[in-house]
Design a protein around this ligand. Structure first.
Ligand code: SF4
Ligand code: SF4
Length: 296
């Protein structure tokens, strides 16, 4: 089983469009939508949900009003300001980080913990292979735990079905969910765009990939919108020895296919489709090389 993760520094770079085009070209694959805070892949690939389950990702404090005498020691100790009320103390679940300090300082043993549902993980099927994704509960932030579970379910599906590739639409940014998206991957494809923030984000993700020893490729999306910065991205990649696998020009048709919920290949003009197909060929080749190197 090979694992490819598609990443970007922030939302809106076209990462999901690129992931969907890779699914179309490399099918059948197992898809893992690890962009759990702003999932979009399902909009393009329309998975038919076959099963789902809820996942707890955090614990929250609660106060037993019968045991509490309102002394306020817990509120004074909570550095997140999560305990409100005067005589009757209550915990604001949106602020509570589950640190446990309130339970330690409570003289009446009135604090207990519960694990609310944090995400609904689903497993479904698409025209390009099975797909796993998750929907976060209201107020829940993307966590490495949800991302890791989505990836694990995708890996199990790949093992069960014998499909050779897990294609991960990773979380944007460089935080914990990104690390959870990337860990154990054979190759990462970083989708960037020619803007100063894109250049900055690219450097940061390349740093994370290098730290975890995951080989990286770059795809410059909307490559023609600011040619000077596209050139700087190419120069920087050349300096770092990172291959720019494809450059995809901007097209309103891509925006329109997203809006209509259509996967890109077959729904965008030739000048966009050709580099997307080239990208899939390059990625497939580099993935084989990376796996061969790993296996020694
Ligand atoms: S568990 Fe921590 S964050 Fe939550 S209410 Fe208690 S002290 Fe505050
Ligand atoms: S420390 Fe315990 S007894 Fe005091 S207000 Fe908090 S929950 Fe109630």
């Amino acid at each position: 089983m090979k694992q490819l993760v598609v990443l970007s520094g922030k939302g809106g770079t076209g990462k999901t469009t690129v992931t969907a085009s890779l699914a179309q070209s490399l099918k059948p694959v197992v898809l893992a939508d690890c962009d759990v805070e702003a999932p979009n892949l399902h909009l393009l690939l329309s998975p038919r949900v076959e099963r789902s389950f809820s996942l707890s990702v955090s614990r929250k404090a609660r106060i037993d009003p019968d045991a509490c005498d309102g002394c306020g020691a817990c509120a004074d100790s909570c550095r997140f300001g999560a305990i409100t009320g005067a005589e009757i103390r209550v915990v604001d679940a949106f602020r509570c980080e589950g640190c446990g300090v309130c339970a330690r300082v409570c003289p009446r043993d009135a604090v207990f913990f519960h694990e609310p549902e944090g995400a609904e993980v689903y497993i479904g099927s698409t025209s390009f292979g099975p797909m796993v994704g998750a929907e976060l509960a209201v107020g829940e932030e993307a966590s490495g735990k949800v991302v890791s579970r989505v990836r694990m379910e995708a890996q199990l599906l790949a093992l069960d079905s014998g499909l050779p590739l897990v294609l991960v639409d990773g979380s944007p940014g460089t935080g914990c969910p990104v690390i959870a998206s990337m860990s154990g991957a054979d190759l990462t494809l970083i989708v960037t765009e020619p803007s100063l923030s894109g250049l900055h984000d690219l450097e940061r993700i390349l740093g994370v990939a290098s730290h975890f020893g995951v080989p990286a490729l770059v795809c410059i999306n909307k490559s023609d919108i600011v040619p000077e910065i596209a050139r700087r991205i190419r120069d920087r990649c050349r300096f770092l020895g990172i291959e720019v696998a494809a450059e995809i020009p901007f097209s309103e048709a891509v925006v329109e296919s997203l809006r209509r919920g259509l996967p890109p290949l077959g729904n965008v003009p030739r000048e966009v489709e050709d580099p997307l197909r080239t990208l899939a060929e390059v990625v497939a080749g580099r993935l084989d090389e990376a796996v061969a190197r790993k296996r020694g």
